[in-house]
Design a protein around this ligand. Sequence first.
Ligand code: NAD
Length: 260
Amino acid sequence: MLKGKHALVTGSTSGIGLAMAKALAGQGANVMLNGFGDADEIEQIRLGLESEFGVKVLYSGADLSKPDQIEEMMKMAASDFGGVDILINNAGIQYTALVEDFPVEKWDAIIAINLSSAYHTTRLALPHMKKQNWGRVINTASAHGLVASPQKAAYVAAKHGIVGFTKVVALETAETGITANSICPGWVRTELVEKQIKARAEENNISVEEAAKDLVSDKHPSKTFVTPEQIGQTAVFLCSPAADQMTGTSLSVDGGWTAQ
Ligand code: NAD
């Protein structure tokens, strides 16, 4: 379905982003990966995707907290791919503390990576999308883009921000073949969440598996984690012709969390 399309998935060296990159490659899209990690492991992932799906896979190690590095990454996408047709803004970090204890540098980093980076990639990707009258901007928001939890001030602010930013992009591109949507996952058991599970296990003196069960059951009426693959397939759906008229919306994939 996506043969000949070029996708950039930020934060795709692990977790949800990697699953999205795989899902798009599985549909024939060429993909640029981005994110941190061990260079050899990332190269294995890159080569693995190329050989499994027969697509071209590039990697940019741009630090998305730095606008100049984002510009370099977008220049690389323009020169090696001819531009980005499918932009998935997915990179994100978490930090938990009460507002009065929240370290200023953590606040700044979360806003830069989880929110401002999407503005920079999107502003640089839109001219190409507009020229060809087709494009997809998909932002990984969160259930925390729609509702709040204590101790997550920066994350909740950034995720609510990205839901709003997505709506503006949708309105500004409404008469074109470009759509912009947010995906709002509930709990997905990735590295980002594993840290929170371990902290909960230590705090309550329970096993990691018990802590995982408590964490998901607290928020998901389904009491079941969302899988990265389910988010990958949600992104594929948003790239399909069935979603041509879906724009400016947010899709919850959260086991019923935000229905409560
Ligand atoms: P993850 O930690 O597995 O992946 C995060 C990715 O972002 C990694 O590839 C990491 O290298 C990259 N990254 C971090 N800082 C970066 C930076 N400065 N520059 C470039 N890349 C950077 O976590 P994940 O759970 O897969 O998170 C992916 C997205 O999904 C995030 O935006 C997160 O907020 C969102 N999300 C996660 C969950 C969940 O339960 N896991 C729920 C809702 C939303």
